[in-house]
Write a protein that binds this ligand. Structure first.
Ligand code: SF4
Ligand code: FES
Length: 247
């Protein structure tokens, strides 16, 4: 006899989950989009951006860290939750240098795509206009620290997949910032390479491949073609994964 399938209820829809899955894992497996920025299915959840906050049995929880449990009643795509997500997204925009028309990641940027998804029409808050040095020292990559949203995806990718530990976050609170683990603090003094996982996971325009800017015409970029609700993050699309419902 087959064991009975365990389910959670997400926006009124019953979806199955496997033991050990989080709400985010179960939702993605069921092709239901929960907005996220610091989550990546290949890494341990970090739970920092709070964009994936859902309501679980009346309590706010991060879908990427909350284990799925039988009988949970979860709200995800509600006006209130999406308004909170819009405010969080606006805060990320003003904290960094996210001037989309001037950013090489435009059209392929997860932050920009999430902003469209949650209906962000303006920054709303006052811009910080940070002025942080760029690191163009590496022959193939430039780091624009002004666009880092501290998601730690590059940190986890470099440490856990590439086994190089090239990136880290230093400081806490508003002083938190991305650093390069090398004697000079420059990327050129690391063994960062084009094939590294960490070279692909940045959801914004902070880790940029040189000589590839603006090569995809407007209309053919990732999020020109599909909503983030369908394709999820660009890493998944480039990997040809079907997890997010891509055909
Ligand atoms: S550089 Fe990109 S991937 Fe790394 S922490 Fe910043 S935003 Fe995240
Ligand atoms: S995706 Fe869950 S906290 Fe960032």
């Amino acid at each position: 006899m087959q064991p009975e399938e365990q389910t959670i209820t997400l926006d009124g829809q019953k979806i199955p989950f496997q033991p050990g899955q989080t709400i985010m894992d179960a939702a993605l497996a069921a092709k239901i989009y929960i907005p996220h920025l610091c989550y990546h299915p290949e890494f341990k959840p970090h739970g920092s951006c709070r964009l994936c906050t859902v309501m679980v049995n009346g309590r706010y929880e991060s879908a990427c860290t909350m284990p799925a449990a039988a009988g949970q009643e979860i709200l995800n795509n509600t006006k209130e939750l999406n308004e909170n997500r819009r405010a969080l997204t606006q805060m990320l925009f003003v904290e960094g240098n996210h001037i989309c028309p001037g950013c090489p990641k435009t059209g392929n940027c997860q932050l920009q795509a999430v902003a469209y998804y949650v209906g962000m029409l303006s920054s709303h808050y006052q811009h910080f206009y940070p002025y942080r040095d760029l690191d163009p020292s590496h022959p193939d990559y430039v780091i624009d620290f002004n666009r880092c949203i501290l998601c730690e995806l590059c940190v986890r990718a470099s440490r856990d997949v590439d086994k190089k530990n090239i990136f880290a976050i230093s400081g806490r609170g508003i002083k938190a910032h991305l650093i390069i683990n090398s004697p000079s603090g420059k990327l050129e003094d690391t063994d960062f390479a084009v094939g590294d996982k960490a070279a692909f996971v940045c959801p914004v325009g902070a880790i940029l491949r040189k000589r590839t800017r603006y090569t995809t015409p407007i209309g053919e970029r990732l999020y020109d073609q599909q909503s983030i609700r369908i394709v999820g993050d660009s890493q998944q699309l480039h990997a040809g994964a079907t997890k997010y419902g891509r055909k």
